[in-house]
Design a protein around this ligand. Structure first.
Ligand code: G1P
Length: 298
């Protein structure tokens, strides 16, 4: 069912995945799999579940494999059917965005000028109303669907900007946007600002922004006015903060578990998490057959 309030999702996917080189030299990080499913597919499934109508990919010219993954390949499907593999053909049909009622738009970001710059590039293509921003390398598993939870909470939170948030260790505040919290009401954490990657001793709290946002359309004017911030990049957090007096800012404590799949550790942790949840892999990682005794077949 279509979402009546949040109709557009922006996927900033122009990043070159330097933390995962050389794996990402020729393969976009969003196509790296967690077992058999590429990161981008988890994000697509999440926005579809939330009833998003239009997805805007802000991408880089070198990442053509992304659009090949996202769009239908009828020849490949036909070949699989001829080879007696209709199930696989069906999986490909399900994943092809253009065969479903989701609009897909690709926008190019040539230079890595920051997350804020990437979001601003989508401006001319968004549908009316608040927009979602989804960072596919922030994988959220084992919950009710982070974006669905957020779109459900959004109308009642009384704020224009809603940011997924989780508590992080104090030593890690310099890896995240950190909320300057004013008060909490259930899963909603109200804030007066979001500070991009503060040193632990200067961090206003330990509540970190993770890669799911619902933003009031005022974000685009704010981004257009915004100069470079931390690390010389246009920061989405700064534009969100500038909306505090007018539209308001809140964090949303989502129910799932987040993995930073732009890092080796996060990708491995997500893979193990999925493997542990699936009995098909019990012989590889389960107690019954410790990894040391595992002899690969074939
Ligand atoms: C970005 C945002 C940061 C946020 C983080 C979540 O940083 O700038 O505020 O906390 O995503 O993953 P990045 O990790 O892309 O440097």
């Amino acid at each position: 069912m279509k979402n009546q309030i949040v109709r557009t999702a922006i996927f900033p996917v122009a990043g070159l995945g330097t933390r995962l080189l050389p794996a990402t030299k020729a393969t976009p990080k969003e196509l790296l799999p967690v077992i058999d499913k590429p990161l981008i597919q988890f994000a697509i499934d999440e926005v579809r579940a939330a009833g998003i109508e239009r997805v805007i990919f802000v991408t880089h010219a070198s990442k053509t494999a992304l659009s090949r993954y996202l769009m239908d390949d009828a020849r490949l499907r036909e070949r699989l059917i001829r080879q007696g593999k209709p199930g696989l053909a069906e999986v490909l049909r399900d994943t092809a965005l253009d065969l479903h009622d989701t609009d897909v738009i690709f926008v190019t970001q040539h230079d890595p000028d920051g997350l804020g710059d990437a979001v601003l590039r989508a401006r001319d293509y968004v549908l009316d109303g608040p927009v979602a921003v989804v960072l596919p390398d922030d994988l959220i598993l084992d919950g009710a669907g982070c974006l669905s939870e957020m779109t459900a909470a959004y109308p009642g939170c009384g704020c224009g900007h809603l940011v997924a948030t989780m508590q992080v260790p104090k030593a890690q505040t310099d890896k995240y946007g950190i909320l300057s919290v004013t008060r909490q009401d259930g899963r909603i954490v109200y804030a007066r600002s979001v500070v991009e990657k503060p040193d632990p001793e200067k961090a206003p709290s330990q509540m970190a922004a993770v890669g799911r946002y619902i933003l009031d359309p005022a974000i685009f004017d704010a981004l257009a006015r915004q100069g470079p911030g931390k690390d010389g990049e246009v920061q989405l957090t700064d534009a969100i903060t500038s909306g505090a007096p007018t539209v308001g800012i809140a964090g949303f404590r989502f129910s799932g578990r987040r993995f930073d799949c732009g890092s080796k550790r996060g990708l491995l942790a997500a893979t193990l998490f999925r493997a542990r949840a699936d009995p098909a892999y019990a012989d590889i990682i389960g107690e019954a057959a410790p990894v040391t005794n595992f002899i690969p077949v074939g």
